[in-house]
Design a binder for this molecule. Structure first.
Ligand SMILES: [Cu+2]
Length: 504
């Protein structure tokens, strides 16, 4: 009798525990989905980052950027943030192909940082990676000749192990490259009028209203926010005064991928990706961007209408659970477009845009495999003194990149813009048909990337390749390559020698 009673009690307890566990499971499952669809009050005009002033000195275009602490209004009072030349984010740098630029970066923060020019083809010593440290109170003045097609690039810190925090607090800005030969006049191109930069970032806040960069539950990708800021504006609207508007979308988020589209299903023209305009405009209703990626889209509006740029649930392809815990099931309202009653005419988007010389498989002299898993690449975590690859200047290589994890990763290569030869053995889709420097890697799909290391041999100063999910990058999912002269060997990477010494 006693045994039976004990068994009955144990049974009830087990049943209760199961119920509680199942309840908790359902709660956790549901709690992982964020939707702000139709719940954002678009009451603030979209801030457009100012164009950075510049001056010509000895034939070089000179910019000044100061990293500094400040505060920013995310609609909840003053939040402590960081910015360049201001409290949050930075101005848009703009230069023409062929110009020699100088950027005087000064660090007014109380900690060391770096500034990397994401997407820029430039000497390794100007790249602003983890070797080009700018200590507090110091300055760093990289110079290089802008020599690549017109494109939407950006800049942000790249301090090893600290990139996520620095970017999240607000250190980022755009760098637009102009080049008449690879631009299309018929596309909207009046900055801030019909050509709008959109730095899209998700943020979350703690109980005191301060930025909270704690990692999301179970996701393993770092911070995922429930509040979207565009150029720092939360709940932004854009007054559209022209029939067509060009949106330069930058996913400046730490971990979140976006699937941009419109609730009315309207189609838009995808005209450019990371490294410049495409050969042809593509008519799409959705465009997915993982952290660091850019897309230029042209949206057509009707007089007086309003519509919302929204991010939709997306297939990150890490499985039902994986996608759900890494933001893939979320819906986020991004930006309201308010069309004026009368719209200035703009030409239709031309079908043909620019010529892109195709890199040919037969040109490649080297193939290199890169397997991403467990915060490592090819089983190795970032080592500031190790060189993982040493392509020769002028050579074409194919990098075979695969995500062998069940977690979202992407892949970014410094210095070069690459072309996607194949994705899972097939030709790439339109959005991967142009110049790219960052590509999303769904698990277990091999991407063949082809690139030419056309200039700037420097055996002693490395460029980076890495996952641009910043939490992964900081955790060591990064490697280094040096470009060597033909027949050359990699040098010795002496990290300490690369400290910025120019004092103030
Ligand atoms: Cu990753």
């Amino acid at each position: 009798m006693r045994l039976r009673r004990v068994l009955a009690i144990v049974g009830v307890v087990v049943l209760l525990l199961c119920t509680v566990c199942a309840g908790a499971g359902v709660w956790i499952w549901n709690a992982q989905v964020i939707s702000t669809a139709d719940q954002v009050d678009f009451t603030r005009p979209l801030a457009v980052p100012p164009l950075a002033p510049s001056r010509m000195v000895d034939g070089r275009r000179v910019f000044d950027l100061k990293a500094q602490a400040g505060e920013h209004d995310f609609g909840r009072g003053a939040t402590p943030t960081w910015g360049f030349n201001g409290g949050f984010l930075g101005p848009t740098l703009r230069a023409v192909r062929g110009e020699q630029v100088v950027v005087n970066v000064t660090n007014a923060l109380d900690q060391t940082t770096t500034v990397h020019w994401h997407g820029m083809h430039l000497p390794a010593e100007a790249d602003g990676g983890p070797h080009q440290l700018v200590q507090p109170g110091r300055a760093w003045s990289p110079t290089w000749k802008v020599d690549q097609p017109a494109a939407t690039l950006w800049y942000h810190p790249h301090l090893h192990g600290e990139t996520a925090g620095h970017v999240y607090r607000g250190l980022a800005g755009m760098f637009l490259v102009d080049d008449p030969a690879t631009s299309v006049d018929a596309l909207p191109h009046e900055y801030g009028v019909d050509d709008i930069p959109l730095i899209v970032q998700d943020k979350k806040f703690d109980g005191d209203g301060e930025l909270d960069d704690s990692a999301s539950f179970l996701g393993g990708v770092g911070v995922l926010g429930d509040t979207v800021a565009v150029n720092g504006t939360v709940g932004p609207y854009l007054d559209v005064t022209t029939e067509r508007v060009r949106l330069r979308l930058l996913n400046g988020s730490n971990a979140r991928s976006y699937e941009f589209g419109f609730p009315d299903g309207r189609r838009f023209a995808l005209v450019g990706t990371d490294g410049g305009l495409l050969e042809a405009a593509y008519d799409l209703d959705r465009i997915m961007l993982s952290p660091g990626e850019r897309a230029e889209i042209v949206v057509t509006v009707k007089p007086g209408e309003r519509t919302v740029l929204r991010s939709y649930p997306q297939a990150l392809e890490t499985g039902l659970l994986g996608d759900r815990f890494t933001g893939g099931a979320d819906t986020l309202d991004i930006l309201q477009l308010r069309a004026a009653g009368t719209l200035a005419p703009r030409p239709a988007v031309p079908q043909r845009l620019v010529a892109i010389p195709k890199l040919n498989r037969a040109e490649a002299v080297q193939q290199r495999p890169f397997k991403l898993s467990g915060h490592a690449i090819n089983g190795k975590q970032m080592d500031m003194t190790r060189v993982d690859a040493a392509p020769e200047r002028g050579s074409v290589e194919i990098w075979k990149v695969v995500n062998n994890d069940g977690t979202p990763h992407n892949f970014h290569i410094h210095d070069v813009q690459f072309q996607v030869l194949t994705q899972g053995g097939a030709a790439p889709p339109p959005q991967l048909s142009g110049w790219k420097d960052t590509v999303y890697l769904p698990p277990n799909v091999t991407f063949e990337l082809i690139m030419r290391f056309s200039d700037y041999a420097d055996a002693d100063t490395p460029y980076m390749f890495h996952c641009h999910v910043l939490y992964h990058e900081d955790a060591g999912m990064m490697g280094q390559f040096v470009v060597v002269p033909p027949g050359g060997q990699p040098g010795v990477i002496d990290h300490a020698s690369h400290l910025a010494h120019a004092g103030h």
